[in-house]
Design a protein around this ligand. Structure first.
Ligand code: GDP
Length: 718
């Protein structure tokens, strides 16, 4: 089989097996980096001149298996099978294997071989394997796998030359199907699913048949892809799969586990023939670190300590930059306001666009610091341990060990937390994590909590150094966690269907993180946040600005008291034009309009406006109240907002507007309501639909309303 033309050659392998090294070695500096169309996964390709031909080398994203549901890993599978739009199927696939980690790597090898593409297997990192006392006989392995096997070290130029020579000599062959020798019933089940379902009813490429049949049999198809297949054939698919299951079950096998077991049996057979190990009973560094990090008691403790360090750093490192950004935008706004001709356009620019942009960019330092840590934890191999240690608790509430870090990131800000859920493979686990994540008390709630607690909760000592204020603060955080856990339980039991994925995750060796990958990851998340979420956020900011600024009203020369009894009394002795404008704006009218609806929660129209504007971001509440109450004190000194809230009196009843009941109710509302358009924007982006963000907005707001109602009415009675 001699092919006389330039080839499309794909590099496939687990992460960290040396693919990039080989890619660079083969292509030199002639490479092109772009994104796959429509998604933010990097696509690297380059030309390699070998013999007479200039072959095209494509470096596919590293992956442990072809069943993965992670976006970038799916690209690998879809490119190989030719499902990925605008991509040609490769003529040759080089499977790069880490020789020092054979068992895990060969799993992917057996899967890629099922695709029936001309294949060459490259056992890389030979030097590392020898260092660990692992000696591989490539000829024996070649015999067992039935495709050419080349053993090299890509760090040496000689290794790269050997690959080039092998390509020139066309040392590759098409693997025979199901080389991993599945048991007879599984083979029959695969044939059945292909003949009765895949071939007649789907337009999947033939290369994908075996893998797709196995996905159906072992139940690893995501609900999303099933939705796309069309409802009318669902019944047929279900009945074919259940027949396939009964074939396997009759022979005493478990349909979900049998494939993995068979593949590993084959791998064991393969390595027992071709691999010799010199006995080194030395405990590796990884073993020694794991004896602490996966320990029953020390494991969770070290996890908590690492998190503490991480969050302290987020606050310490990000805060100065956040302050700087805040100042920068305020100054830019002020400068523009002073230097542009006053008018509508200037207002729009300063109060709409600049303020909206500032509201987005201010979160960037937190996102950068958080993802810096997350990338290091991932890259060093620790994240898998954290998930392992926490999985017991998380699976009891219907989540996965991998949900822990995103959820905890939510304490800083829901946005990076939601972006971090990309590490959760199972679609259902991921969606539940996203849906409950905004209950974690983020830093934007802090200013609101701080203001209300300082104004209305007395600092009565409870025990020791704990006072009522501190306790309320803690209570609000705890309340958020409890609501997240309860909501996850409810969604898990009743609402979101699909199987919880079992905890099948290997613990890779610890290593130094790759700094280029860390940098790339941080940059990528930052860019997505600013560009994608930013667009929606700025649009909503402009709308909110419009609602708060129109229609334009000036304070009438002679103040007709009858018309404005309410506002005049709450704003006397001098009416602030901004406050007056806000009261008469669309937002103000809307605040008054919804007053009857929010009255049972203890809120008046002023809080109503705050609730509306704080949809831009929770902390805007404080700014809005400031504007509404911005009147000068009698002797010219500016009273603090806290004092103004305490002193605010209802003109009809003469009673204070705010009580402990109102304050508590408002805090409960802030703890639960979905008041953050940035979160909505990012959920839309991460789930790729408006369905989930709208459900989130609806159920969180409803929950907030009910809980605030209960709080207000109960506390008032007491
Ligand atoms: P990728 O994630 O598969 O693209 O892996 P990389 O090419 O980035 O390689 C991961 C790490 O292994 C890098 O630090 C490489 O320098 C190193 N590496 C790659 N091939 C070899 C090898 O044959 N021997 C040794 N000792 N290190 C290697």
């Amino acid at each position: 089989m001699l092919i006389e033309r330039a080839l499309n050659i794909a590099l496939v392998g687990n992460p960290n097996t040396g693919k990039t090294t080989i890619f660079n070695g083969l292509t030199g500096l002639r490479q092109k980096i772009a994104n796959y169309p429509g998604i933010t996964v990097e696509r690297k390709s380059g030309a390699a001149k070998i013999g007479h031909y200039k072959h095209l080398i494509i470096d596919l994203p590293g992956t442990y298996s072809l069943n993965s549901k992670k976006l970038d890993e799916r690209v690998t599978y879809e490119t190989l099978t030719g499902e990925f739009e605008h991509e040609e199927t490769p003529d040759l696939v080089l499977i790069i294997v880490d020789s020092s980690n054979l068992d895990r790597n060969l799993y992917l090898v057996t899967q890629v071989m099922d695709l029936g593409i001309p294949t060459m297997i490259i056992l890389n990192m030979q030097d590392v394997a020898v260092g660990k006392g692992i000696y591989i006989n490539p000829d024996e392995m070649e015999e067992k796998l039935g495709v050419p096997v080349l053993s090299i070290s890509a760090k040496n130029k000689r290794g790269i030359d050997e690959i080039k020579r092998a390509i020139e000599n066309q040392q590759f062959s098409i693997p025979s199907p199901l080389k991993w020798q599945p048991i007879e019933p599984l083979k029959k089940a695969i044939e059945l699913v292909i003949d009765k379902w895949i071939r007649p009813y789907t337009d999947l490429p033939e290369k994908a048949y075996i893998i797709e049949a196995l996905k159906l049999i072992s139940n690893t198809v995501s609900p999303v892809s099933i939705e796309f297949e069309g409802i009318e054939h669902n019944e047929i698919r279900r009945s074919v799969v259940s027949k396939a299951h009964s074939i396997i079950e009759q022979s005493g096998g478990n349909p979900v586990a049998i494939e993995v077991m068979n593949r590993y049996d084959f791998i064991n057979e393969c390595t027992s023939k071709s691999v010799a190990r010199s006995s080194t009973d030395k405990k590796t560094l990884t073993d020694r670190i794991d004896s602490i990090t996966t320990h029953k008691i020390l494991g969770p403790i070290s996890f908590v300590l690492i998190l503490l360090l991480m969050f302290q750093s987020i606050f310490t490192w990000a805060t100065p930059f956040m302050d700087m950004i805040d100042l920068l935008f305020i100054n830019t706004g002020n400068w523009l306001a002073a230097n542009l001709p006053p008018g509508l356009l200037t207002d729009l620019l300063v109060e709409g666009v600049i303020a909206g942009l500032g509201g987005v960019i201010i979160f960037l330092p937190q996102i950068i610091v958080l993802f810096f840590f997350i990338s290091i934890l991932e890259g060093s191999g620790y994240m898998a341990r954290a998930a392992f240690v926490m999985d017991g608790f998380m699976s009891r509430i219907g989540l996965h060990g991998r949900s822990v870090v995103p959820l905890i990131s939510g304490f800083a800000c829901a946005i990076p937390g939601i972006m971090a859920t990309r590490n959760i493979e199972n679609w259902r686990d991921r969606i539940i994590t996203i849906m409950v994540l905004p209950f974690m008390a983020c830093s934007a709630r802090l200013p609101v909590y701080a203001l209300l607690i300082a104004a209305f909760i007395p600092p009565t000592t409870v025990i020791g150094f704990l006072d009522l204020q501190g306790l309320t603060f803690f209570g609000l955080y705890f309340f958020g966690i409890i609501m997240a856990v309860l909501s996850a339980l409810v969604m898990n039991k009743f609402l979101i269907k699909g199987k919880q994925s079992p905890f099948l995750m290997e613990l890779p060796d610890y290593k130094m993180p790759k700094w280029s990958a860390v940098f790339h990851n941080v940059f990528d998340r930052g860019r997505i946040f600013v560009t994608e979420a930013g667009r929606i956020i700025i649009a909503i900011s402009i709308i909110l600005w419009f609602l708060a600024s129109f229609p334009k009203t000036d304070i009438p020369e002679s103040q007709p008291l009858s018309d404005n009894a309410n506002i005049a009394s709450s704003f006397s002795p001098q009416i602030n034009p901004d406050a007056y404008q806000l009261k008469h704006s669309f937002a103000g009218k809307f605040g008054s309009f919804i007053e009857p609806a929010i009255e049972p929660l203890g809120f008046d129209w002023k809080i109503g406006i705050g609730l509306i504007t704080s949809f831009a971001a929770r902390e805007v509440m404080v700014g809005t109240l400031n504007t509404i109450y911005s009147i000068e004190g009698e002797h010219g000194e500016v009273a603090t907002l806290k004092q103004k809230l305490i002193n605010d009196v209802d003109t009809d009843t003469g009673k204070p507007v705010y009580s402990i009941a109102t304050a508590l109710s408002l805090m409960v509302f802030f703890a639960l309501a979905m008041q953050c358009m940035s979160t909505i924007a990012i959920v839309r982006r991460e789930t790729n639909s408006w369905k989930w963000p709208l459900i989130m907005l609806g159920y969180m707001t409803a929950l907030a309303y009910i809980c605030s109602f209960i709080t207000y009415q109960t506390v008032r009675l007491l």
